[in-house]
Write a protein that binds this ligand. Structure first.
Ligand SMILES: Cc1cc2nc3c(=O)[nH]c(=O)nc-3n(C[C@H](O)[C@H](O)[C@H](O)COP(=O)(O)OP(=O)(O)OC[C@H]3O[C@@H](n4cnc5c(N)ncnc54)[C@H](O)[C@@H]3O)c2cc1C
Ligand SMILES: NC(=O)c1ccc[n+]([C@@H]2O[C@H](COP(=O)([O-])OP(=O)(O)OC[C@H]3O[C@@H](n4cnc5c(N)ncnc54)[C@H](O)[C@@H]3O)[C@@H](O)[C@H]2O)c1
Length: 466
């Protein structure tokens, strides 16, 4: 009988890798994690946590300003140094001692270094080759930098540098009108930067069209210069440090820093995939098993299915337990919505953008549903006219939309834009995953006067059968 160093080696100790390891370990699998930087990964140190910490203080101040009686109590300015210090506290000062202690307490081995496949079930770290019955890749994603002449030489910030910023530049240009660019524009504008956003398309172009319109208006209200439909043609950084972006229409914009947030791609660089006959694009089944193998898994951002921490962790729970089941020889429950599959990746991925107003969406947009061939009907409603929203903030503005599959009479997509709508989203996720029919939804009564009454208004707009 062959002996292995471990039952499972997980390459990459971000949130996703940790969860694969945790769920497999709890089922009796002996696991090691290989990590080349900090245990906890991008989300903990350079993405979700620090970016949300940078955003939160500005949101709190604006929320108080929107309520008469409270606004009079907020008389000072935001304190950027205190915000940056609070952000740093959320990253534990970019130290992973707490995460390492957790791995230890969970009985998961940690191997520090760059992991690379060296053949089936073999992982090379430095000079040493470790063997395992199964390997899970959880190596995350890396930024895609736009191919603009002069950009690399201008030493732009990526999202890492922005999230870990030690100071607030007085002028900041953001290239990219996606999730990261939009959030960072709100964060640095709140902190006092004069921000210019350059986007080829509407902001958050993949969401319902009213999303980008609300965000562009809110950013403009904040004093952000939002330029849509523009493409940077050239970038230069002068010897005095000032950055100039020249647009395709010849316009020039000057700033102290430039942030590039133009998307990410799976991190399959230097992973040794060629040693097992695979190329850089990993295709997985719903248990995250890589096609053409019976021992290799790819989980989280690296498989490109849904590049969000919560969805990667969901995949990790399924994969960790599927790996354990296969290693033990017990049944793999891989029917749709079974214990060992990530079916929700196809139907119900929740997305929150922590802008102000917030954006919260789950499932399909109307356009995506139609592209998928579904017979859908969509209804929209003005969130600002719901009593709970009016109480929540004076002059509340927002919008909501449901996309209904007319054949099954269930919701396949929901989108909300407005202050604090993130907490509304899980109700829609439960409705989609549970395939709750519209007829039954009429019996899910929202409390009065909450923002959730938007559900009733949307149902009334859709109408009841005669
Ligand atoms: C600015 C920004 C903000 C974001 N905000 C949110 C948010 O609010 N909510 C949300 O859900 N998602 C957010 N995301 C997305 C989220 O960060 C990712 O979906 C998440 O980090 C993916 O987790 P992961 O474990 O797959 O990868 P990662 O977190 O990238 O972890 C991968 C780990 O693998 C390690 N590694 C890589 N290669 C090797 C190797 N060969 N050997 C050893 N170790 C290796 C890396 O060092 C890293 O620790 C944000 C992303 C960005 C860029
Ligand atoms: N709140 C959250 O959950 C959150 C926040 C930030 C990031 N993220 C995750 O991180 C990922 C990366 O974020 P992102 O905003 O970089 O990606 P994105 O795909 O959301 O947006 C990229 C933007 O860059 C633009 N772009 C691409 N190439 C360009 C070019 N050559 N020139 C000019 N513009 C160009 C695109 O049109 C798009 O607007 C997201 O997909 C998301 O999964 C999540």
């Amino acid at each position: 009988m062959t002996s292995y160093d471990h039952d499972l080696i997980v390459i990459g100790g971000g949130a996703v890798g940790e969860n694969v390891a945790d769920y497999a370990t709890k089922r009796g699998v002996r696991v090691a994690i290989v990590e080349s930087e900090l245990v906890g990964g991008e989300c903990s140190y350079w993405a979700c946590m620090p970016s949300k910490a940078l955003l939160r203080s500005g949101h709190a101040i604006r929320a108080a300003h929107r309520v008469a009686g409270a606004r009079e109590a907020v008389t000072g300015q935001i304190d950027p140094a205190a915000v940056l210090a609070r952000r740093t506290a959320f990253t534990d000062g970019w130290k992973d001692d707490g995460q390492v202690a957790w791995l230890d307490s969970a009985g998961i081995d940690l191997i520090r270094g760059h992991g690379r496949l060296a053949g089936p079930g073999l992982v090379q770290v430095g000079e040493h080759v470790h063997s395992a019955r199964a390997v899970a890749l959880a190596t995350g994603s890396v930024p895609v930098v736009a191919d603009v002449p002069g950009l690399a030489a201008a030493r732009p910030w990526g999202t890492r540098e922005a999230a870990a910023a030690g100071y607030v530049p007085s002028r900041l240009i953001v290239i990219g009108g996606g999730v990261a660019g939009t959030e960072m524009a709100f964060a640095f504008s709140s902190l006092g930067s004069h921000v210019t956003v350059l986007s080829r398309t509407a902001l958050l172009n993949g969401e319902e069209p009213f999303v980008g319109e609300h965000l562009a208006a809110a950013l403009a209200d904040e004093g952000v210069d939002v330029r849509l439909g523009v493409t940077p043609a050239r970038v230069e950084r002068a010897t005095d440090g000032i950055v100039t972006v020249v647009l395709d229409d010849g316009a020039e914009i000057h700033a102290d820093e430039l942030l590039v947030a133009t998307g990410r791609r799976p991190n399959t660089d230097d992973l040794g995939l060629e040693t097992i006959g695979l190329g850089p694009e990993l295709v997985v089944d719903d248990t995250m098993l890589v096609n053409g193998t019976d021992w290799l898994y790819a989980v989280g951002d690296v498989n490109g299915r849904a590049t969000l921490t919560h969805q990667g962790k969901y995949q990790a729970r399924a994969a960790g337990e599927a790996i354990a089941a296969r290693l033990r020889g017990t049944p793999v429950l891989d029917e749709p919505w079974g214990q060992h599959v990530a079916t929700a990746d196809h139907a119900a991925v929740p997305r929150v953008v922590f802008s102000d107003p917030e954006v919260a969406g789950v499932g399909l947009t109307e356009a995506r549903a139609r592209e998928a061939g579904l017979a859908v009907r969509a209804v929209e409603y003005d969130l600002g006219s719901v009593a709970g929203a009016k109480l929540h903030a004076d002059g509340y503005t927002g919008r909501a939309k449901l996309v209904v599959d007319e054949d099954r009479r269930v919701i396949v997509g929901a989108t909300f834009v407005g202050q604090d709508v993130a907490e509304l989203l899980h109700s829609a996720t439960v409705a989609i995953v549970g395939e709750v029919t519209l007829d039954r939804l009429w019996h899910a009564v929202p409390s009065y006067p909450t923002v959730s009454e938007i559900w009733l208004r949307l149902l009334e707009t859709y109408g009841r059968p005669a």
